[in-house]
Design a protein around this ligand. Structure first.
Ligand SMILES: NC(=O)c1ccc[n+]([C@@H]2O[C@H](COP(=O)([O-])OP(=O)(O)OC[C@H]3O[C@@H](n4cnc5c(N)ncnc54)[C@H](OP(=O)(O)O)[C@@H]3O)[C@@H](O)[C@H]2O)c1
Length: 288
């Protein structure tokens, strides 16, 4: 499939002049350091990715920005997501760090900006205040959509009830070992798109015998099977790799499908296994 035909999902935000649709497959950049990011993102663009997922926390926005600047791909064919870092929730910090992200990325307009973690039990953090600042950023016209990450149903309810503005996306840990079914169902009711982080379970799923058996039956790799599982569930999936061969393999998922039996076998792997932090455990340190 050519990059022009990558499937997209329409987001809640946008206008009749600017319909906002996110490419369903993206390239994750967590743990790709500042010096590696330019090369990795350049390789990812060459491999056909048109959606890059970065964050203030990753420290690699400038490297991502250099790769975007050096690419000849028209801006309108690219999708870039970044995320508000945990120490930057206060309005002034959010606005200043947002400007710094735009500068580092070298962008006039960002496609999607997310609140990285809810920090719901952190002193001094008010999720509604943070979300109001995100709405202010959306209203500036320099971001096409805003969303959240690692929010649980209660956090979503709090910000939507207070502001009337739903996040376009909730980016959460999600893979066959952590299928997040109740939260996905809530997102579907709200019109929120679900994005899967650590979609390969940070590589753990690639050794799973059920995944291996589905892959062998189709003549594809375990990573391709897992990525396809996300796509068939209507999720946005952002696998990360620094290996150019793996980048190409992970993006080559359009010539096969998983049948109902394979999907059911993969769904049944759910064991509530988190490879990253639980949203309640990521907190700011208590001042003093
Ligand atoms: N919002 C959040 O809080 C949050 C949290 C975590 C992650 N994320 C986002 O989600 C993205 C993906 O998550 P992730 O990086 O944690 O994990 P992941 O994509 O599930 O897995 C990445 C790991 O799998 C390996 N890998 C990738 N493709 C492979 C293949 N075809 N064969 C064998 N190994 C393969 C990579 O190794 P190599 O690189 O050595 O190939 C790396 O160790 C992140 O990069 C980031 O953009 C967001």
């Amino acid at each position: 499939m050519s990059p022009h035909d990558l499937p997209t999902l329409r987001l809640l935000h946008g206008t009749s002049q600017d319909v906002v649709s996110i490419p369903q497959l993206g390239f994750g950049t967590y743990k790709i350091g500042p010096s590696e990011a330019e090369r990795a993102v350049t390789r990812a663009l060459e491999a056909g990715y048109r959606h890059i997922d970065t964050a203030q926390m990753y420290g690699n926005e400038a490297g991502v920005g250099r790769a975007l600047a050096a690419s000849s791909i028209p801006r309108e064919q690219l999708w870039v997501t970044s995320k508000l870092d945990n120490p930057n929730h206060a309005r002034e910090d959010a606005l200043t760090s947002w400007e710094a992200s735009m500068e580092a990325l070298g962008l006039e307009v960002l496609d999607l900006f997310l609140v990285h973690w809810p920090l719901a039990h952190s002193p001094g953090i008010d999720l509604v205040d943070t979300w109001r600042t995100m709405i202010e950023i959306l209203e500036s016209g320099r971001v096409r959509a805003i969303g959240v990450s690692n929010f649980q149903a209660e956090h979503l309810r709090t910000i939507i009830e207070a502001t009337g503005v739903s996040p376009a996306v909730n980016q959460i840990e999600l893979h066959p070992y952590l299928t997040q079914r109740p939260l996905r169902e809530r997102h579907a009711e709200l019109g929120v798109i679900t994005q899967s982080w650590s979609p390969l379970g940070r590589g753990r799923l690639l050794k799973d015998p059920v995944v291996a058996s589905v892959a062998a039956g189709l003549g594809v790799t375990p990573a391709q099977v897992v990525i396809r599982w996300h796509l068939e569930h209507g999720l946005v999936v952002i696998p990360k790799t620094v290996d150019p061969h793996r980048m190409a393999v992970n993006a080559d998922v359009w010539s096969f499908e998983l049948d109902a039996a394979a999907m059911a076998a993969l769904d049944a792997l759910d064991r509530g296994l988190r490879t990253g932090s639980h949203p309640d455990r990521v907190q700011l340190p208590h001042p003093g």
